[in-house]
Design a protein around this ligand. Sequence first.
Ligand code: PEP
Ligand code: MN
Length: 368
Amino acid sequence: MIVLLNPGAPPATAKIIESWLIKAGATPRRAHGAGRLAIELATGHAPLSAELVARLSTMDGVEAVLDAEDPIPRVRAATGPVLIATPRGPLAVGPGAPLALAFGPCSIALDPKAEDDLHQTAEAAARAGARLLRGGAFKPRSSPYAFQGSGQEGLRLLRRIADAHQLAVVSEAMSESALNIVAEFAELVQLGARSMASTPLLKAAARCGRPLLLKRGFGATVDEWLLAAEYLLDGGAPGVILCERGIRTFEPATRATLDLGGLALARLRTGLPILADPSHAAGTRPLVAPLALAAVAAGADGLIVECHPDAARARSDGPQALALDELSPLAEAARAVAHAAGRRVEVSSKVTCPNKIQSSPRSSASPR
Ligand code: PEP
Ligand code: MN
């Protein structure tokens, strides 16, 4: 067991905890790290009474009481939805909240038609009930010659159009230097599949002040994915949303294999919200809706889906972009599946955000 103290906890708190633990027959040991004090108990100690654990957990100055044998205590303990600040008020994403939908293009372009395309996209997304507009400004591309995104100017455009339609923005940060820029414009910062294993990026992202969308690496196990989420929670992220986007298997006919078993397993292991991205698993338009619905049936709390008014004009991932008139039917079908699977789909004003998994605007000023 580990009793983790708040960074500013007075020294007397540690002394009191140690005395309680010694009285209970355990041998406490101090460990310092990441600016905090932790009191560890050697493994094999006699079980502590439930009352003592409860007293420790609720004590002033104690951040958490963790099971030292459990590599993902925070991920396992997470409950309740993540709140994302949006222009239309807080959006709850996760178990117990309505299905969350994020629609938008793969990448934001700046060509003459880009603004009109994005307006049409945002309008269709909002009409379908999406509260989030997706779009990559910093793009992770396999080829150095492929479109790399339009950077800060792309984010500025995305923000402006999202505001016009009262949508929140989700966009990817691939580097520590991009985190602050993306966090300035997006209410939800995406960490992409290629970045999931970058622990320096995870640590920095946890401090960017925004909730994070953590995509599963296409070569990562469920355990590795959840450990990456543990980094984010341990680093103080104000909310973590997992995203299953397909893994690499021996099957080349689809771009990736949407791991519904992994999604359902993650659902059993954690109360963190889980979105599914059927677009990058499908790689091709006709597979997107079936995968999306299957993911909702398997327990996804929402969907992030690529779309474009004219896929031929998309600067990346055009073949998997849904047409705009496909969004409302998909959203409706997804809600019906969620309903059939016994999940609540009504908007509730009584969403609670326990466990500190709560987002707040990054600053009082709205992002620009
Ligand atoms: C994306 O969502 O834009 C993206 C690049 O996805 P992934 O990181 O899952 O490949
Ligand atoms: Mn894409």
